[in-house]
Design a binder for this molecule. Sequence first.
Ligand code: DCP
Ligand code: CA
Ligand code: CA
Length: 362
Amino acid sequence: MSRIIGHLDLDYFYAQVEEVENPSLKDRPVLVCVFSGRTEESGVVSTSNYKAREYGIKSGMPIAFAKRRLDGVEGTFIRMDHEKYVAYSDRVMRILRSRVDILEQAGIDEAFFDVTKKTRGDYGAATTVALELKDVILREEKLTCSIGIGPNKVVAKIASDFKKPDGLTIVRDNEAPAFLSPMSVDRIYGVGPKTAKLLEQNGLTTISELAGAPTERLEDLLGKKLGVYLHDASNGADDEPVVDRVGASQLSRMITLKHDTHDLDQVMAELLPPLRDVHERLESKNLFFRNVSAIGILRDLSIHTRSKTLETPTNEYSLLEREVNELFAALLREVGDLRRAGVRVGGLQDMVDQHSLMEFTS
Ligand code: DCP
Ligand code: CA
Ligand code: CA
């Protein structure tokens, strides 16, 4: 049976979350920004709503530049609040995970899913699942998203981007080559600006041109692995599995400190709620952690990290707190005042696996 794979991507994610929390924003341009703090206007646009995009606003654009683009129209500029978006993201992922066979989170606002079993390989049933996912996310979180359904990850990812916002694009197995051929090569997952440029310099701009190029030529240009992958992908073939990465994943929380500080006790005091939150999340998911990191962001926005790998995975709170304390002590010996502080646990693994492993080895 051929697979049925989906890709879901939330629409104008950070800006949409801000609209959800303040619906009066909806009809005007909303720009979520990272302010670097030098002057009132220094920093970049992280993302914007579709109203703002009508004026040519793009992610990564300097704020001052975006203001000029708006040309006198009143926009709302909002400071990026990463923790808030992570909380929405976590809830959306939880909604999805319970409704598909396998979920693979691929970014803060996107995930691949496999529904082959659930739909018994039937695209009609997959359409129903996709509509249901859109519906639940809208009902429970007030967020719209775009979904692509196809025979593999490459096609699903391109399909979710095909109609945005609030789109649903279904590409059946036999429709994949025709769907892909007119698109530019950079739509393929894994083709960044550098690869795209190299391909273009070699006369390969569209996916159909790429699909027609002999594999050996692509291998010469890009190396064996990427060459073979792109040959297959451009022909609509891709057998990358959807994998639940929970076991390899990490969990983090960042906070902005009340005042920039170099005081370890102050940092730890403010970090207690996020630390407890991280620990609760681990417990609720029955996970042990293996790595701990302390993250500090300074006034100039430079990011500094200290990490430690434990000898054995654990879920013990007191140990987590102690390790984080030590890591911050080390970090503060080397950097100046912290503006933001955070903690990350990684090497997460299922307690069930852990127990069975211990039974096995003892
Ligand atoms: N993001 C960012 N800086 C970028 C690109 C993205 O900070 N250069 C953040 C803000 C986005 C989020 O990541 O909301 C998700 O990125 P997407 O590329 O999925 O873009 P959006 O969700 O904002 O818009 P779209 O509706 O096109 O998916
Ligand atoms: Ca998105
Ligand atoms: Ca995305």
